[in-house]
Design a protein around this ligand. Sequence first.
Ligand code: TRP
Length: 336
Amino acid sequence: MSIDQRPIILTGDRPTGQLHLGHFVGSLRSRVGLQDSHHQHILLADAQALTDNADNFEKVRRNIIEVATDYLAVGIDPSKTTICVQSHLPALNELTMLYLNFVTVSRLERNPTIKSEIQMRGFERDIPAGFLCYPVAQAADITAFKASVVPVGEDQIPMIEQTNEVVRRINRQIGRDILPECKALLSSTGRLPGFDGKAKMSKSLGNTIVLNATDKEIKKAVNAMYTDPNHLRVEDPGQVEGNIVFAYLDAFDPNKEEVEELKAHYRRGGLGDGTVKKRLEAVLKELIEPIRDRRNELAKDPDYIIDVLKAGTEKCQIITQNTLNEVKAGLGMFKF
Ligand code: TRP
């Protein structure tokens, strides 16, 4: 039997809504590419989603299937990538409890992502304890799989740093390097802005394009896209920086050379917003159509999606339980 030498990846999403083009450029596209060169696991982080959605279990439950359908629709192949449901991996909770003894509250309060999320969600002093501790739970996720590569967005870098601190503390305590350190793998395309020009695409802002958007929805989003407000007449020189239509062309148009020519033309003047938008509309339609068709096909058979999740979760139960056993033994916990 040959031993799988490929680096291990763990990545994940909080199932709080359907995935959109921001996820596509930020992570989905690279996951499809990584599943051959790496041993890839994807976690549907429902338990983590509940740390700030405790009043909405229904939303989180429903979106597990939605997000899993998105995965398969973009080409994540369950025979290559294991997809699992976090709340069904009890070893993760046990690891979290152990790790919490190696992390201080003040360290958690200093995590920059946690700090900004506390502000954004208006928790002030009423921070749910589960929320404050989720970076430790994420350290449990990553280490339980012994992942060395974690493809994430920039906002997750503090989680990776905190994970590596936990890794070093645990390894030091055990006296052996049981857990590997991990590194973040950032997407080469930066964050995709919302089509209204806001820095972030987010469902709550209503500025996303979902992966099964209809042609009509695509057209509407593209038409609403923010361009250069000073580009009033076609013959005027226009600005490409901060122009959302060009940001999207950069992210999605396969013909980079032509995009550069368009940019030069736009800067010189003589290229209308309408023409650029038409091109983007065509590019997005071509990208989304096959994903939408697959997604609609998959949605007809929810039992298949459930089977995929069940099989993946069972595999991951074994992997995570093995790591837990190793850590407990290493730390010298009581054993019957
Ligand atoms: N925190 C990640 C997010 O909000 C989701 C996540 C949970 C995750 N556990 C993970 C990502 C482990 C990578 C690895 O998107």
